[in-house]
Ligand binder design. Structure first.
Ligand code: 6R9
Length: 581
């Protein structure tokens, strides 16, 4: 029997406090995610249990117990306070998936700071935009990545601390400080910050259609959503060996790659090396992984490599598989059932929701290709595209929406109260964030389209905006376009997602060149590298199309949606309706 048991039974008499029961957490206990994920697990007799089984490039392997997690996160917490950092300060974590990423994430939360994890493949411009927006006070990074910080440091007056946590100490510059937590004296005692449920915890940046990325602010209370979904959807149990393939630079990597499993005292594995099918299967085999949470792009890549590598490995430890980030096609579900003997269960959620919202559950019949049903305690609907009224007829497409107020819901877009308010259908002009969160008449509108069938299953249709989803990672077209026009040869630019068999979408750009520049192989390479270095490999265009002039609205806005429709072979429709989208 799975943790959720019967989905229907769980709907009856549902209460988020069931999460507290799972942890045995009593009112009055300290509510601090960093503390709950380390000190509290130790205090409950699991200090010597493996928390993190880590493997890096070149076969490097380390195992850390929950006591190590406790002591090393204490180490970071104390170090940061000693440097003069304070509760509420934004502290960026910018590194590969090395052990110190995990220790420092918990350490920042323990000292009351706001953890701002950023994907280590980000280039200097992606980094700058997000550090500037957050008013980040400190960045924890490594020798490998500090160069990108150096490039932008002068432009970030609020960024006072550059702390290098791994690599060669002798090559630091200026005010940079070195701190290797494993080599530093052990910090056995640390009183974690007394957070309230509404104390800010994690700040994740996510991309929209317009403007630069927005910082979705989460709070310590999110843990209850993460605990309950980890237990009921991922079905994690005490003796599981769990693997979440996501990078903590993205929300899956923190909600389910740190907080969910460790609050429950479950052992997890982290693989900090590139993707190959054989490497992944070896990792599962060697560590006897039981529960595996991954993404459709990875699953499709594994499918492409076929069944031979599956047969060549012992994957019999696997008990439960789940997926997130992009539509999980029916073929992938059926294939995984065929070759692993287990279907991947699709889960749908967003950076903003902080935890799973619509899922398939163990013990519930799967309809391959469907995202499943709302998590108990989540009131979901699809809203009419125009009226924003819930659609009653099965099969009609609308906007996925949720009643606000679930524990892991984001509490703000940092410094963007109007954009935050605009996400809630029916919100009064002057509603405060607290009112938005607690008003039972509003809907949080996700920005995705779906339909609901007669059995209550949700079927994903597509995004309602121009954000590009490449391999489960969201990339904002505006960010790419802004960077492109900084290239010496480019006059105007538009970025769209182009269909791709494995990655769902890849970035395609349309550009017009400045006088004196001509399309050429060299120019193409130069543009690609420019974006890869400034933004990230994810944002790098896979295709560049040159145009004399980009199509525009009468008011001069580039018709990105028109270009996208052409690319996808969709009806471009009446151009005037596209005019001011
Ligand atoms: C957790 C995460 C959120 C966006 C979301 C949607 C897409 C996520 C999906 C899915 C189809 C699923 N998405 N899960 N689309 N089926 N099961 O991925 O957060 O990076 O904010 O992305 O990803 O478009 O709105 P985030």
């Amino acid at each position: 029997m799975s943790n959720i048991g019967s989905y229907e039974e769980r709907l009856k008499g549902f209460d988020w406090d069931m999460a507290k029961e799972i942890l045995g957490w009593e009112e009055g206990e300290l509510l601090n995610i960093g503390h709950i994920c380390s000190d509290r697990v130790c205090a409950r007799g699991q200090a010597d249990k493996a928390a993190l089984i880590w493997e890096g490039f070149g076969g490097k392997k380390r195992t850390y117990t929950f006591d190590d997690l406790r002591v090393y996160s204490n180490g970071f917490a104390k170090f940061l306070l000693d440097r003069g950092l304070k509760p509420g300060d934004r502290i960026c974590i910018f590194m590969d998936k090395i052990p110190s990423l995990y220790f420092s994430f918990l350490g920042v939360l323990k000292m009351g700071g706001i953890a701002q994890p950023l994907f280590s493949a980000f280039g200097d411009e992606s980094l700058e935009v997000r550090l500037e927006s957050a008013g980040t006070a400190a960045i924890l990074t490594t020798r490998k990545h500090v160069k990108k910080v150096r490039k932008i440091l002068e432009k970030l007056p609020e960024l006072k601390h550059v702390i290098v946590v791994a690599g060669d100490e002798s090559k630091l510059k200026g005010e940079e400080v070195f701190f290797n937590v494993e080599a530093a004296p052990r910090v056995e005692e640390f009183d974690a910050y007394e957070a309230t449920p509404e104390t800010p915890s994690v700040l994740h940046y996510t991309s929209g259609t317009t403007g630069q990325p927005k910082g979705a602010q989460h709070v310590h209370n999110s843990i209850w959503g993460q605990v309950l979904t980890t237990s009921w959807v991922l079905d994690l149990r005490e003796d599981d060996i769990y693997w979440c393939t996501a990078d903590p630079g993205w929300v899956t990597g923190t909600s389910y790659g740190i907080i969910g499993p460790w609050s429950l005292g479950v052992t997890q594995c982290v693989l900090d090396s590139g993707f190959t099918c054989v490497r992944w299967y070896e990792f599962i085999q060697d560590n006897r992984i039981t529960v595996w949470y991954s993404a459709p792009t990875a699953i499709r890549s594994l499918m492409r490599d076929g069944v031979e590598p599956v047969k060549a490995h012992d994957l019999s430890s696997l008990r439960h598989l789940a997926s997130v980030g992009e539509p999980l096609n029916a073929e992938a579900v059926i294939w995984s059932e065929d070759v692993y003997g287990l279907p991947f269960l699709d889960t749908f959620w967003q950076t903003e929701t902080g935890a799973m919202m619509i899922s398939n559950y163990p013990d519930m019949p799967i309809k391959p290709g469907s995202m499943g049903k709302p998590f108990p305690g989540i009131e979901a609907a699809v809203l009419d595209l125009k009226t924003h009224e819930p659609i009653q007829e099965p099969g009609r497409v609308g906007l996925i929406a949720f009643r606000p107020g679930w524990p892991a819901m984001f509490r703000a877009y940092r410094n963007k109260p109007d954009i935050y308010r605009s996400k809630f259908a029916g919100a009064p002009e002057d509603a405060t964030p607290d009112e938005l969160r607690t008003n039972p008449d509003l809907w949080y509108v996700s920005g995705d389209r779906a339909s609901i069938d007669a059995d209550g299953y949700y079927w994903f249709v597509g995004r309602d905006d121009d954000v590009i989803n490449t391999g489960g990672h969201l990339v904002g077209p505006f960010e790419i376009e802004s960077a492109l026009v900084e290239h010496e040869a480019i006059a105007e630019a538009a970025a769209i997602g182009k269909p791709d068999e494995v990655n769902m979408e890849v970035v395609k750009v349309f550009v017009s060149l400045k006088p004196g520049f001509e399309p050429s192989g060299d120019l193409e390479l130069s543009i690609m590298n420019f974006i890869r270095k400034k933004l990230s490999p994810l944002a790098m265009p896979q295709e560049i199309e040159y145009m004399e002039k980009l199509p525009k609205t009468r008011s001069g806005k580039i018709l990105r949606r028109y270009l996208r429709a052409l690319e996808w072979g969709e009806d471009v429709g009446d151009l005037t309706t596209l005019e001011d989208d």
